[in-house]
Ligand binder design. Structure first.
Ligand code: PLP
Ligand code: COI
Length: 354
Protein backbone atom coordinates (compact mmCIF):
# COMPACT_ATOMS: atom_id res chain seq x y z
CA UNK A 1 0.00 0.00 0.00
CA UNK A 2 1.13 3.52 -0.77
CA UNK A 3 2.68 5.56 2.03
CA UNK A 4 0.04 8.04 3.01
CA UNK A 5 -0.16 11.49 4.45
CA UNK A 6 -3.78 11.08 5.47
CA UNK A 7 -4.16 12.25 9.02
CA UNK A 8 -7.52 11.03 10.24
CA UNK A 9 -9.06 13.29 12.90
CA UNK A 10 -10.07 11.44 16.05
CA UNK A 11 -12.71 12.57 18.52
CA UNK A 12 -12.21 10.33 21.52
CA UNK A 13 -15.00 8.87 23.62
CA UNK A 14 -15.12 10.61 27.01
CA UNK A 15 -15.58 7.36 28.89
CA UNK A 16 -14.71 3.86 27.66
CA UNK A 17 -17.40 1.13 27.86
CA UNK A 18 -14.82 -1.63 27.93
CA UNK A 19 -15.22 -2.40 31.64
CA UNK A 20 -18.87 -3.33 31.05
CA UNK A 21 -18.01 -6.11 28.59
CA UNK A 22 -17.75 -9.76 29.62
CA UNK A 23 -14.95 -10.88 27.31
CA UNK A 24 -15.32 -14.50 28.47
CA UNK A 25 -18.90 -14.75 27.21
CA UNK A 26 -19.05 -12.90 23.93
CA UNK A 27 -21.75 -13.62 21.39
CA UNK A 28 -21.32 -12.65 17.76
CA UNK A 29 -21.57 -8.95 16.84
CA UNK A 30 -23.69 -7.63 19.67
CA UNK A 31 -21.37 -5.29 21.58
CA UNK A 32 -19.43 -2.48 19.97
CA UNK A 33 -16.20 -0.68 20.74
CA UNK A 34 -15.83 2.95 21.81
CA UNK A 35 -15.28 4.43 18.35
CA UNK A 36 -16.40 4.25 14.75
CA UNK A 37 -15.20 5.60 11.43
CA UNK A 38 -17.49 7.85 9.40
CA UNK A 39 -17.00 9.10 5.88
CA UNK A 40 -19.58 11.02 3.82
CA UNK A 41 -20.18 11.18 0.09
CA UNK A 42 -21.54 14.59 -0.92
CA UNK A 43 -21.42 16.82 -3.99
CA UNK A 44 -20.00 14.03 -6.13
CA UNK A 45 -17.09 13.01 -3.91
CA UNK A 46 -16.06 11.12 -0.80
CA UNK A 47 -15.00 13.48 1.98
CA UNK A 48 -12.02 12.47 4.15
CA UNK A 49 -12.93 10.03 6.96
CA UNK A 50 -13.02 10.87 10.64
CA UNK A 51 -13.26 8.82 13.82
CA UNK A 52 -15.88 9.66 16.42
CA UNK A 53 -17.33 7.95 19.52
CA UNK A 54 -19.63 5.02 18.64
CA UNK A 55 -23.10 6.54 18.50
CA UNK A 56 -26.51 6.50 16.81
CA UNK A 57 -26.76 8.31 13.49
CA UNK A 58 -29.58 10.49 12.31
CA UNK A 59 -31.13 10.06 8.85
CA UNK A 60 -34.04 11.56 6.91
CA UNK A 61 -37.06 9.22 6.72
CA UNK A 62 -36.79 9.49 2.94
CA UNK A 63 -33.16 8.31 2.90
CA UNK A 64 -32.96 5.84 0.02
CA UNK A 65 -31.50 3.07 2.14
CA UNK A 66 -34.91 2.69 3.80
CA UNK A 67 -36.85 2.45 0.54
CA UNK A 68 -34.59 0.92 -2.06
CA UNK A 69 -32.05 -0.96 0.03
CA UNK A 70 -28.93 0.56 -1.51
CA UNK A 71 -26.43 -0.87 0.95
CA UNK A 72 -23.32 -3.00 0.93
CA UNK A 73 -20.96 -4.27 3.59
CA UNK A 74 -17.80 -6.21 4.33
CA UNK A 75 -16.66 -8.44 7.15
CA UNK A 76 -13.16 -9.08 8.44
CA UNK A 77 -11.42 -9.70 11.76
CA UNK A 78 -8.57 -8.21 13.73
CA UNK A 79 -6.35 -10.56 15.73
CA UNK A 80 -3.87 -9.98 18.55
CA UNK A 81 -0.84 -12.24 18.81
CA UNK A 82 0.88 -13.38 22.02
CA UNK A 83 3.13 -10.31 21.93
CA UNK A 84 0.20 -7.92 21.60
CA UNK A 85 0.79 -7.12 17.93
CA UNK A 86 -2.38 -6.54 15.92
CA UNK A 87 -3.08 -8.14 12.53
CA UNK A 88 -5.71 -8.14 9.82
CA UNK A 89 -6.17 -10.89 7.24
CA UNK A 90 -6.13 -9.90 3.53
CA UNK A 91 -7.90 -6.55 4.11
CA UNK A 92 -7.10 -5.29 0.63
CA UNK A 93 -9.26 -8.11 -0.73
CA UNK A 94 -12.15 -6.83 1.38
CA UNK A 95 -11.56 -3.34 0.01
CA UNK A 96 -11.60 -4.61 -3.58
CA UNK A 97 -14.75 -6.64 -2.96
CA UNK A 98 -16.48 -3.65 -1.37
CA UNK A 99 -15.94 -1.71 -4.58
CA UNK A 100 -17.15 -4.66 -6.68
CA UNK A 101 -20.33 -4.60 -4.58
CA UNK A 102 -20.47 -0.79 -4.86
CA UNK A 103 -20.39 -0.94 -8.64
CA UNK A 104 -23.19 -3.47 -8.80
CA UNK A 105 -25.37 -1.41 -6.46
CA UNK A 106 -24.67 1.92 -8.24
CA UNK A 107 -22.82 3.24 -5.17
CA UNK A 108 -19.75 5.44 -5.79
CA UNK A 109 -16.47 3.56 -5.30
CA UNK A 110 -14.43 4.36 -2.21
CA UNK A 111 -10.83 5.55 -2.46
CA UNK A 112 -8.40 2.85 -1.25
CA UNK A 113 -6.62 5.25 1.09
CA UNK A 114 -9.81 6.19 2.94
CA UNK A 115 -10.69 2.53 3.47
CA UNK A 116 -7.24 1.22 4.39
CA UNK A 117 -6.03 4.15 6.48
CA UNK A 118 -9.43 4.49 8.14
CA UNK A 119 -9.46 0.80 8.99
CA UNK A 120 -5.93 0.81 10.40
CA UNK A 121 -6.43 3.95 12.46
CA UNK A 122 -9.70 2.71 13.96
CA UNK A 123 -8.43 -0.79 14.77
CA UNK A 124 -5.28 0.67 16.36
CA UNK A 125 -7.33 3.09 18.45
CA UNK A 126 -9.64 0.35 19.81
CA UNK A 127 -6.99 -2.41 19.90
CA UNK A 128 -7.55 -3.05 23.62
CA UNK A 129 -10.99 -4.42 22.60
CA UNK A 130 -9.48 -7.35 20.69
CA UNK A 131 -10.41 -10.45 22.68
CA UNK A 132 -7.56 -12.73 23.70
CA UNK A 133 -9.66 -15.84 24.26
CA UNK A 134 -9.20 -18.63 21.69
CA UNK A 135 -12.10 -18.60 19.25
CA UNK A 136 -12.90 -14.92 19.86
CA UNK A 137 -11.77 -11.95 17.80
CA UNK A 138 -12.62 -8.39 16.91
CA UNK A 139 -15.13 -8.48 14.06
CA UNK A 140 -14.72 -5.50 11.73
CA UNK A 141 -17.75 -4.33 9.78
CA UNK A 142 -17.20 -1.72 7.05
CA UNK A 143 -20.45 -0.71 5.30
CA UNK A 144 -21.83 1.84 2.88
CA UNK A 145 -25.43 2.94 2.48
CA UNK A 146 -27.55 5.53 0.68
CA UNK A 147 -28.22 8.41 3.05
CA UNK A 148 -29.42 10.76 0.29
CA UNK A 149 -33.11 11.57 0.39
CA UNK A 150 -35.98 11.17 -2.05
CA UNK A 151 -38.64 8.68 -3.15
CA UNK A 152 -37.49 8.64 -6.75
CA UNK A 153 -36.33 5.08 -7.43
CA UNK A 154 -32.83 5.98 -8.57
CA UNK A 155 -29.38 6.01 -6.94
CA UNK A 156 -28.98 8.44 -4.02
CA UNK A 157 -26.78 11.52 -4.26
CA UNK A 158 -25.37 11.08 -0.75
CA UNK A 159 -23.86 8.03 1.00
CA UNK A 160 -22.22 7.15 4.28
CA UNK A 161 -19.29 4.79 4.74
CA UNK A 162 -18.85 3.55 8.31
CA UNK A 163 -16.67 1.04 10.08
CA UNK A 164 -17.81 -0.41 13.39
CA UNK A 165 -15.98 -2.97 15.51
CA UNK A 166 -17.52 -5.75 17.57
CA UNK A 167 -15.56 -8.03 19.91
CA UNK A 168 -17.13 -11.38 19.07
CA UNK A 169 -17.26 -15.03 19.99
CA UNK A 170 -18.03 -17.85 17.51
CA UNK A 171 -20.74 -17.37 14.94
CA UNK A 172 -22.29 -20.77 15.62
CA UNK A 173 -22.81 -22.34 18.99
CA UNK A 174 -22.85 -26.11 18.96
CA UNK A 175 -23.10 -28.46 16.00
CA UNK A 176 -24.04 -27.02 12.64
CA UNK A 177 -26.85 -28.66 10.68
CA UNK A 178 -27.86 -27.38 7.28
CA UNK A 179 -30.91 -27.76 5.07
CA UNK A 180 -30.39 -28.11 1.32
CA UNK A 181 -32.94 -25.74 -0.20
CA UNK A 182 -35.29 -26.97 -2.88
CA UNK A 183 -37.82 -24.14 -3.17
CA UNK A 184 -36.40 -20.69 -2.43
CA UNK A 185 -33.38 -19.09 -4.12
CA UNK A 186 -30.79 -16.70 -2.78
CA UNK A 187 -29.55 -15.37 -6.11
CA UNK A 188 -30.03 -15.56 -9.85
CA UNK A 189 -27.86 -15.17 -12.93
CA UNK A 190 -27.45 -11.50 -13.71
CA UNK A 191 -28.53 -10.62 -10.18
CA UNK A 192 -26.62 -9.35 -7.16
CA UNK A 193 -25.65 -12.63 -5.47
CA UNK A 194 -21.92 -12.00 -5.90
CA UNK A 195 -22.21 -8.61 -4.19
CA UNK A 196 -22.22 -8.26 -0.43
CA UNK A 197 -25.47 -6.33 -0.63
CA UNK A 198 -27.69 -6.05 2.46
CA UNK A 199 -30.77 -7.26 0.57
CA UNK A 200 -29.12 -10.60 -0.21
CA UNK A 201 -29.26 -11.34 3.51
CA UNK A 202 -32.78 -9.97 4.13
CA UNK A 203 -34.04 -12.23 1.34
CA UNK A 204 -32.59 -15.26 3.11
CA UNK A 205 -34.18 -14.61 6.48
CA UNK A 206 -37.59 -16.11 5.77
CA UNK A 207 -36.40 -19.43 4.24
CA UNK A 208 -33.76 -19.62 7.01
CA UNK A 209 -36.45 -19.12 9.68
CA UNK A 210 -38.34 -22.06 8.16
CA UNK A 211 -35.15 -24.15 8.27
CA UNK A 212 -34.44 -23.13 11.87
CA UNK A 213 -37.95 -24.23 12.87
CA UNK A 214 -37.08 -27.65 11.47
CA UNK A 215 -33.88 -27.79 13.56
CA UNK A 216 -31.27 -26.56 11.08
CA UNK A 217 -28.88 -23.60 11.50
CA UNK A 218 -28.45 -22.48 7.91
CA UNK A 219 -29.78 -23.08 4.44
CA UNK A 220 -27.49 -24.40 1.73
CA UNK A 221 -28.57 -22.54 -1.36
CA UNK A 222 -28.90 -24.36 -4.63
CA UNK A 223 -29.02 -22.95 -8.17
CA UNK A 224 -32.17 -20.95 -8.83
CA UNK A 225 -32.79 -22.74 -12.14
CA UNK A 226 -33.47 -26.32 -11.01
CA UNK A 227 -32.15 -26.53 -7.40
CA UNK A 228 -29.81 -29.19 -8.71
CA UNK A 229 -26.41 -27.90 -7.60
CA UNK A 230 -25.02 -26.80 -4.23
CA UNK A 231 -23.94 -23.15 -4.22
CA UNK A 232 -23.18 -21.68 -0.78
CA UNK A 233 -24.74 -21.14 2.64
CA UNK A 234 -26.24 -17.99 4.14
CA UNK A 235 -23.02 -16.70 5.65
CA UNK A 236 -20.29 -18.96 4.29
CA UNK A 237 -19.01 -20.85 1.26
CA UNK A 238 -19.40 -24.61 1.30
CA UNK A 239 -16.82 -27.39 0.90
CA UNK A 240 -17.53 -31.12 0.67
CA UNK A 241 -15.05 -33.95 0.98
CA UNK A 242 -15.92 -37.03 -1.03
CA UNK A 243 -13.35 -39.76 -0.52
CA UNK A 244 -10.10 -37.80 -0.28
CA UNK A 245 -11.11 -35.01 -2.63
CA UNK A 246 -12.10 -31.59 -1.38
CA UNK A 247 -14.69 -29.94 -3.62
CA UNK A 248 -16.24 -26.49 -3.72
CA UNK A 249 -18.49 -24.80 -6.26
CA UNK A 250 -16.97 -22.29 -8.69
CA UNK A 251 -17.83 -18.66 -8.02
CA UNK A 252 -20.41 -17.12 -10.32
CA UNK A 253 -22.93 -14.29 -10.52
CA UNK A 254 -24.77 -16.06 -7.72
CA UNK A 255 -21.99 -16.82 -5.23
CA UNK A 256 -19.93 -14.58 -2.99
CA UNK A 257 -16.23 -14.83 -3.81
CA UNK A 258 -15.23 -15.62 -0.24
CA UNK A 259 -11.77 -14.64 0.99
CA UNK A 260 -11.75 -17.61 3.37
CA UNK A 261 -12.82 -19.88 0.47
CA UNK A 262 -9.91 -18.86 -1.71
CA UNK A 263 -7.49 -19.09 1.23
CA UNK A 264 -8.74 -22.60 2.02
CA UNK A 265 -8.22 -23.62 -1.60
CA UNK A 266 -4.62 -22.36 -1.55
CA UNK A 267 -3.84 -24.00 1.79
CA UNK A 268 -5.47 -27.31 0.77
CA UNK A 269 -3.38 -27.43 -2.42
CA UNK A 270 -0.30 -26.59 -0.35
CA UNK A 271 -1.15 -29.48 2.01
CA UNK A 272 -1.30 -31.85 -0.97
CA UNK A 273 -5.05 -32.37 -0.61
CA UNK A 274 -6.71 -33.19 -3.95
CA UNK A 275 -8.94 -30.21 -4.72
CA UNK A 276 -11.68 -29.74 -7.29
CA UNK A 277 -13.51 -26.51 -8.05
CA UNK A 278 -16.57 -27.67 -9.93
CA UNK A 279 -20.32 -27.95 -9.78
CA UNK A 280 -21.50 -30.27 -7.02
CA UNK A 281 -24.89 -31.81 -7.62
CA UNK A 282 -27.20 -32.41 -4.69
CA UNK A 283 -27.72 -35.97 -5.92
CA UNK A 284 -23.94 -36.60 -5.81
CA UNK A 285 -23.81 -35.43 -2.17
CA UNK A 286 -26.88 -37.46 -1.19
CA UNK A 287 -25.49 -40.54 -2.93
CA UNK A 288 -22.09 -40.07 -1.24
CA UNK A 289 -23.82 -39.70 2.15
CA UNK A 290 -25.68 -42.95 1.52
CA UNK A 291 -22.64 -44.95 0.40
CA UNK A 292 -20.31 -43.54 3.07
CA UNK A 293 -17.94 -41.68 0.74
CA UNK A 294 -19.12 -38.27 2.02
CA UNK A 295 -16.49 -37.77 4.71
CA UNK A 296 -16.93 -34.08 5.54
CA UNK A 297 -18.80 -30.92 4.80
CA UNK A 298 -17.79 -27.55 6.17
CA UNK A 299 -18.52 -23.89 5.76
CA UNK A 300 -15.79 -21.27 5.29
CA UNK A 301 -16.19 -17.58 6.00
CA UNK A 302 -14.85 -14.73 8.10
CA UNK A 303 -17.51 -15.03 10.78
CA UNK A 304 -17.84 -18.82 10.48
CA UNK A 305 -14.04 -19.40 10.13
CA UNK A 306 -14.14 -23.14 9.25
CA UNK A 307 -17.36 -24.62 10.63
CA UNK A 308 -17.72 -28.38 10.35
CA UNK A 309 -21.22 -29.48 9.35
CA UNK A 310 -22.57 -32.35 11.41
CA UNK A 311 -25.43 -33.23 9.10
CA UNK A 312 -27.78 -32.04 6.41
CA UNK A 313 -31.42 -32.37 5.51
CA UNK A 314 -32.84 -32.85 2.04
CA UNK A 315 -36.39 -33.71 1.01
CA UNK A 316 -37.45 -34.44 4.60
CA UNK A 317 -34.56 -36.91 5.13
CA UNK A 318 -31.70 -36.23 7.56
CA UNK A 319 -28.17 -37.34 6.78
CA UNK A 320 -25.50 -37.44 9.48
CA UNK A 321 -21.83 -37.02 8.76
CA UNK A 322 -19.24 -39.19 10.51
CA UNK A 323 -16.95 -37.69 13.15
CA UNK A 324 -13.48 -38.29 11.82
CA UNK A 325 -9.98 -37.96 13.22
CA UNK A 326 -7.62 -35.50 11.57
CA UNK A 327 -10.38 -34.00 9.42
CA UNK A 328 -9.57 -31.63 6.58
CA UNK A 329 -11.71 -29.05 8.43
CA UNK A 330 -9.52 -29.20 11.55
CA UNK A 331 -6.26 -29.22 9.56
CA UNK A 332 -7.32 -26.29 7.41
CA UNK A 333 -8.72 -24.35 10.36
CA UNK A 334 -5.45 -24.74 12.21
CA UNK A 335 -3.39 -23.59 9.22
CA UNK A 336 -5.56 -20.54 8.58
CA UNK A 337 -5.95 -19.44 12.21
CA UNK A 338 -2.22 -19.95 12.84
CA UNK A 339 -1.56 -17.48 10.03
CA UNK A 340 -4.24 -15.06 11.29
CA UNK A 341 -2.94 -15.08 14.89
CA UNK A 342 0.72 -14.85 13.81
CA UNK A 343 1.54 -18.30 15.17
CA UNK A 344 3.09 -19.55 11.95
CA UNK A 345 4.95 -18.51 8.86
CA UNK A 346 2.80 -16.60 6.36
CA UNK A 347 4.07 -18.02 3.08
CA UNK A 348 1.19 -16.52 1.09
CA UNK A 349 1.69 -12.98 2.42
CA UNK A 350 -1.86 -12.64 3.78
CA UNK A 351 -1.15 -11.16 7.19
CA UNK A 352 -1.34 -7.37 7.42
CA UNK A 353 0.20 -5.57 10.36
CA UNK A 354 -1.89 -2.80 11.88
N1 PLP B 1 -20.89 -16.34 1.43
C1 PLP B 1 -21.68 -15.43 2.04
C2 PLP B 1 -23.08 -15.30 1.59
C3 PLP B 1 -21.17 -14.65 3.08
O1 PLP B 1 -21.94 -13.74 3.70
C4 PLP B 1 -19.83 -14.82 3.48
C5 PLP B 1 -19.27 -13.99 4.55
O2 PLP B 1 -18.66 -13.02 4.35
C6 PLP B 1 -19.04 -15.76 2.80
C7 PLP B 1 -19.62 -16.51 1.79
C8 PLP B 1 -17.60 -15.93 3.14
O3 PLP B 1 -16.83 -14.84 2.67
P1 PLP B 1 -15.50 -14.40 3.42
O4 PLP B 1 -14.68 -15.62 3.53
O5 PLP B 1 -14.89 -13.39 2.51
O6 PLP B 1 -15.90 -13.85 4.71
C1 COI C 1 -18.80 -12.51 7.41
O1 COI C 1 -18.42 -13.66 7.59
O2 COI C 1 -18.04 -11.54 7.55
C2 COI C 1 -20.16 -12.20 7.01
O3 COI C 1 -20.35 -11.17 6.44
C3 COI C 1 -21.26 -13.08 7.36
C4 COI C 1 -22.31 -12.29 8.06
C5 COI C 1 -23.64 -12.65 7.55
C6 COI C 1 -22.17 -12.38 9.54
Amino acid sequence: MAITTLNIPIERAEVSKIEQVDFDNLSFGSVFTDHMLVCDYKDGQWEPPKIIPYQAISLEPSAKIFHYGQSIFEGMKAYKDSEGQVWLFRPLDNFKRLNISANRMAIPELPEEYFMEGLKTLVKLDAQWIPQKEGSSLYVRPFVFASGKGFHASPADEYKFLICLAPSGSYFSGKVKVLIEEKYSRAANGGVGYAKAGGNYAGQFYPTQLAIRKGYNQVIWTDDHAHEFIEEAGAMNIFVRIGDTLITAPTSDRILDGITRKSVLDIARDEGIPVEVRKISVSEVVEAAKNGSLKEMFGAGTAAVISPIAGFGFKEVDYELPEIEDSYASRLKKRITDIQFNRSEDKFGWRYKV
